[in-house]
Every structure is written in C-alpha cells, then in structure tokens.
Design a protein around this ligand. Structure first.
Ligand SMILES: [Zn+2]
Length: 277
C-alpha cells in the first residue's frame, strides 16, 4: 500500500531517511522555531535549493519527498536570527503566503522539531536520548525507552437542530466576539463518539445523536489532530460551562455570527459544507 499523501496535484511521500536515489540539488528547507517559519522575503516561498540557508544551523530532520524533491525540517535555534532576506512568519499567517502543500508540510515540520526539542531526555530514567536510525523516534540508550512524536486527538462537532439551525459557541480563549463549532480533546480510554457526546454535554448541557464522521485535519497548534463530526440535537436546554464558554446559541444560515469559513480549518469546512447543503 502506498503511503503517499496527495495535496491537490502534488504528491508527498513521508520518509524518515532520504531514499538512495534522492536528488539533493532541489530541496525544500522548512526552518522553524516556536510556531514560526522562515520564508524568502518578497518571494513568499519556503527556501529552496541544494544547501540550507546559512541561518539553518540547528538539527535537521528529513520529512520526505514532495513531487520527488526532498523536504527537510530544520530547528532555528532561539539565539539565531534569520538573515535579512528571510522573514519569520507565524504558521497561521503562513496559510495565505505559501501554497497549501507547503503550509501543511510546515505544520508537520513544526511538530517534529517541537517533539525533538522536548524529548532530549528519557522520561523513564533521565538519560540523554538519541535519534532512532529508522523510525521517527528518540530512543534512550540506557533503558531502551522510545519516545514518538506527540499527537493529541481532538473532536470538533457541528450540531444541527431539526429546524436547520446549528450550534455555535464563543469560547473563552477566542479573541474578540468570535464563534465556532464545539471541540475538545479525547481522553485516554475514550472512543471518538463517546468523546463527542461527553464534550457537548459538558460544554453546553445538551444531548446529541446521529454522530457521523466528516473528515480530519492535522492542527499543529501545538500538536493536535482534529477529527470532525456532524451530529443532530437530541434534547436538553443550553446550559453553558462558564469556565470554557462565554456564549452559545443556535444560528440559521442568514444569521451567522463571526465564525470560521474556508478550508484552512476543519471548523470552516464543516460550516461551509452545512451552508452548501
Ligand atoms: Zn531511559
């Protein structure tokens, strides 16, 4: 089975090490630090070429091949400044600056670099870890413990009522008056459908039914995997959990408050899909 991932017309094949026949003359360099990515100022693209830019002195990780071209993630040390022909852009703003495949790979690079930075010591015995030769893992030479990149699965749910209105909430962490679909992290030992039911009940006090899978999206803020669902209202009155939610309500297509739209986030895709139907 091919592990290739298709983005529009471009094909990405993940690898831990470069295949023997890799053409190293044409490489993408994704240089990241704390959620920020280096791009060529003006050009609006990730650095590209046979050598990494001079500022890329930190640890390198091979990510794979994008249309046959190698893609490297590079840690930009905290003390290093990118050169003046480069710009350091936050991952969220990067979405509108580079093609979507490059944005997706920048999110992957950020997660690999953050994992690599935060797993230098064994969580079991405290020894310094080393990169595993063939797997995306750091291994402890003393006790053999393996640390893989962290992923935090979270459900995100568009709840619709029989009158065609959807549930949107203004979360406490949102800037300004902004609403979105409800979301929450999956707990250890919990299935996704159970998590959907629990999160909705905890945050707004209602019951849902007809939970159906919509799609998923890596969300590198900092290492989530968002798993989208549609669900139908099944009963109960809105009663918000005030620690997390400021306001929640039912909205029809013509009365939407400020909320995500477009393909950057799965919340935007859920809302656009509901509007289109
Ligand atoms: Zn150890």
């Amino acid at each position: 089975m091919s592990a290739a991932i298709w983005f529009m017309a471009m094909q990405f094949e993940p690898h831990v090490n470069p295949p023997d026949d890799t053409d190293h003359d044409h490489a993408h360099w994704i240089i990241v630090r704390s959620g920020h990515v280096v791009i060529e100022a003006g050009a609006g693209s990730l650095p590209f070429g046979s050598e990494p830019p001079a500022s890329a002195t930190g640890p390198h990780h091979f990510l794979g091949l994008l249309d046959g071209r190698p893609v490297w993630a590079v840690d930009l040390p905290d003390e290093d400044e990118p050169h003046d022909w480069h710009e350091l852009v936050h991952l969220r703003s990067l979405y509108t600056r580079v093609p979507e495949p490059e944005w997706m790979l920048a999110g992957r690079a950020e997660q690999i670099i953050q994992w690599d930075r935060t797993h230098r010591y064994c969580g079991r015995c405290g020894s310094e870890t080393e990169l595993h030769q063939n797997d995306r893992a750091r291994q402890c030479p003393a006790c053999g413990f393996l640390a893989y990149p962290r992923l935090a699965p979270a459900v995100i749910v568009l709840v619709e009522r029989d009158d065609g209105k959807i549930l949107l909430a203004h979360g406490r962490q949102f800037p300004g008056r902004f609403f979105s679909t409800l979301a929450g992290f999956v707990e250890p030992g919990e299935g996704l459908e159970t998590c959907v039911e629990r999160e909705i009940k905890e945050e707004v006090g209602i019951d849902v039914t007809d939970i159906t899978y919509f799609g998923s999206q890596p969300w590198p803020f900092p290492h989530s995997l968002m798993i989208g669902f549609n669900a139908r209202y099944a009963g109960g009155e809105l009663e918000i959990q005030e620690e997390e939610i400021v306001e929640a309500g039912w909205f029809g297509p013509d009365e939407l408050p400020p909320c995500p739209r477009g393909a950057m986030s799965i919340a935007g895709r859920l809302i656009d899909h509901w509007l289109a139907n």
